[in-house]
Design a protein around this ligand. Structure first.
Ligand SMILES: Nc1nc2c(ncn2[C@@H]2O[C@H](COP(=O)(O)OP(=O)(O)OP(=O)(O)O)[C@@H](O)[C@H]2O)c(=O)[nH]1
Ligand SMILES: [Mg+2]
Ligand SMILES: [Zn+2]
Length: 318
């Protein structure tokens, strides 16, 4: 069981002192408001952290997150087990939401990040660039997955532009709904690897999760027909164990990531700016003083609120 989750000799070595202390190994599969869910050799356990663990954590990212390998003090009765330690992370997918100074751990110990974009209204190279930057900082390898190949033909020019933005990054064109091309993605699980899916709401991450697992475990929902935007169906990150080995982490589309903290909810989808930026003279325009900047032109003409650009500028990671 733990092996399928990515447990190996190195992990066993790291775990030795905890084993000597009577702790059990596990992998954190979900984070809820009041508790965590942890997969162990026997079963899934609900778990919490000790007050000391919480007070010793310097940053929010020092707390356990989805994908972490942890050392658990198993509860004898019905109560939750206690997470006493986190094993060293091999990678950490971290994002900083707009207007927030504290970074948030999206997923830990991820080998591949599938950046899912769909061939409806979702396709957006600027957003791809932000996801690539996020992946580059994480230590996991990005894979571009272009979904919904059944509804639109992808022009060679489009794949060339993706290759420009993401040089050397593998690209797959698939249809999660009709399963086209999904089989070629299964090899990323070889060696019990962990894949995290990121991308905007409605891109088809949960549909793909179900296909890759061969089971319908995640709920999916139609996108809005007038603008192809998703409905933020997935509301929390969850790690699933693939029966044949390997793990997959489905995440909520961008804005959904903020939902767990409603008071701090900030608009983080910059489609308005992205659309304008596509018309800037320079592809790497920072919308500061560059000539031919369509974003500043829209602010000057009153079509775009200047506050939106400020918000966008603060939004450093994605
Ligand atoms: N035509 C077509 N539709 C697809 C494909 N993949 C997913 N969809 C549809 O797109 C809609 C959104 O899919 P989801 O899997 O819920 O999208 P998501 O990325 O998980 O969205 P959030 O959970 O909101 O972040 C659903 O109606 C899916 O059936 C595909 O390959 N082709
Ligand atoms: Mg989803
Ligand atoms: Zn510009």
């Amino acid at each position: 069981m733990l092996e399928a989750l990515g447990w190996n000799d190195r992990r066993a070595q790291e775990f030795r002192p905890y084993a000597a202390d009577g702790l059990a190994p596990g992998r954190l599969v979900a984070e809820h408001r009041t508790h965590y869910q942890v997969a162990t050799e026997q079963a899934e356990r609900s778990a919490t952290i000790t007050g000391r663990f919480r007070s010793e954590a310097g940053q929010r990212t020092d707390l356990p997150g989805v994908g972490d390998f942890v050392a658990l003090r198993l509860s004898a009765g019905d109560g939750p087990s206690l997470i006493e330690a986190i094993l060293p992370r091999t990678s950490a997918l971290v994002r900083k939401a707009a207007g927030e100074t504290r970074p948030q751990l999206v997923a830990a110990n991820v080998d591949y990040i599938f950046i899912v974009m769909s061939l409806d209204g979702d396709f957006n190279l600027q957003r791809l660039e932000r996801y690539l930057a996020l992946a580059a900082e994480s230590g996991a390898a990005p894979i571009v997955v272009i979904n919904k190949a059944d509804i639109a033909h992808i022009a060679a020019e489009t794949t060339d532009r993706v290759a420009d933005v993401a040089p050397g990054t593998p690209m797959h064109i698939v249809s999660a709904r009709s399963t086209g091309g999904i089989a070629e993605l299964q090899r990323y699980f070889d060696g019990n690897r962990t894949i995290a899916l990121v991308g905007s709401s409605g891109a088809g991450k949960s549909t793909m999760t179900n296909q890759l697992l061969g089971q319908t475990l995640q709920r999916t929902q139609e996108v809005r027909s007038h603008d192809s935007r998703g409905r933020h169906t997935t509301t929390h990150r969850q790690l699933f164990i693939r029966p044949q080995g390997g793990a997959i982490i489905d995440t909520p589309g961008m804005r959904g990531l903020e939902l767990w903290e409603p008071s701090k909810r900030v608009e983080t989808d910059f489609d308005d700016i992205d659309t304008l930026a596509a018309q800037c003279r320079f592809r790497n325009c920072r919308h500061e003083t560059e000539p031919g900047c369509a974003v500043r032109a829209a602010i000057a003409s009153g079509d775009l609120d200047a506050g939106r650009l400020a918000q966008f500028a603060r939004y450093t990671t994605i």
